[in-house]
Design a protein around this ligand. Structure first.
Ligand code: ATP
Length: 240
């Protein structure tokens, strides 16, 4: 059997104003896989996700979903096609409860029963969230917010989940819980994840493929375990 490609980029150039932050990025995300894009601060990781979700235009190259070009497709339509972006700031709605935030993620899905099953499942896997089902978003800790942001993205049944630095600012134990959640969502549901992280070891520990981004260019694409073992690459680009 051949693996299908959920998302691919060919020669993508994008950025802010005149100066591109991405200089011709090639990337393939197979269905049901976790691809981790790692690299230093300013490598272009957030820019990459913003470009895929359509928040930034491409000035050259192409982004395809299941082989279909997204050229000219606006943000809302990309969301409808299943590109769900969880940005760095974990925007949960402070005035809504955990449960209401989760429901919001599934709002556009027709089947109410299915929606509630997903929400129950997210809560089951995250007792911390279940315990806070009725709590307002504004009262959550950083880790709880991140779990909720992922849970909300999951109940939208994304074709590809784009995750921007889910580990940022969180304690190691919480980071590990979140990575376990992602690995579980992939194993259980075949969720496809494109993850960008500065926390290289953590990201590579759950990824199938690791992509090293440096100054807006892909300098390596390898099986994650192999990448982690490559001392030279680590020294050159990853700082450990
Ligand atoms: P970080 O982890 O710090 O977010 P990153 O790898 O995600 O790093 P980007 O945020 O994508 O990197 O930044 C890539 C380049 O684009 C950097 O040179 C940065 O200064 C520039 N940049 C990012 N955001 C903007 C913006 N809103 N306007 C102009 N330049 C920007």
């Amino acid at each position: 059997t051949t693996t299908r490609v959920a998302l691919s980029l060919q020669g993508v150039v994008a950025g802010y104003g005149q100066e591109p932050a991405l200089h011709g990025v090639d990337l393939v995300v197979p269905e049901g896989s976790i691809v981790a894009v790692v690299g230093a601060n300013g490598a272009g990781k957030s820019t990459l996700l913003r470009t895929i979700s359509g928040l930034l235009p491409t000035s050259a190259g192409d982004i395809r979903m299941g082989g279909v070009s997204l050229a000219g497709v606006p943000v809302e339509e990309r969301i409808r096609r299943g590109i769900v972006h969880v940005p760095e700031r974990r925007q949960v709605i402070g005035e809504l409860t955990v449960e209401e935030n989760l429901r919001l993620g599934a709002l556009w899905r027709g089947d109410r029963a299915e929606r509630e099953t997903d929400i129950a499942e997210v809560c089951e896997f995250f007792p911390a969230l279940a315990a806070r089902r009725k709590a307002l978003g504004s009262t959550l800790s950083g880790g709880e917010r991140q779990m909720l942001a992922i849970g909300r993205a999951f109940v939208a049944h994304p074709a590809v989940m784009l995750l921007d630095e889910p580990s940022l600012g969180l304690a190691p134990k919480v980071v590990s819980d979140i990575m376990t959640m992602l690995a579980w969502l992939r194993a259980e549901y075949g969720l496809t994840i494109l993850l960008v992280e500065q926390n290289v070891r953590t990201a590579l520990s759950i990824a199938d493929t690791g992509v090293v981004l440096n100054l807006g260019r892909v300098v390596a694409t390898r099986p994650a375990a192999e990448l982690e073992a490559d001392e030279q690459l680590r020294h050159l680009y990853l700082g450990f």
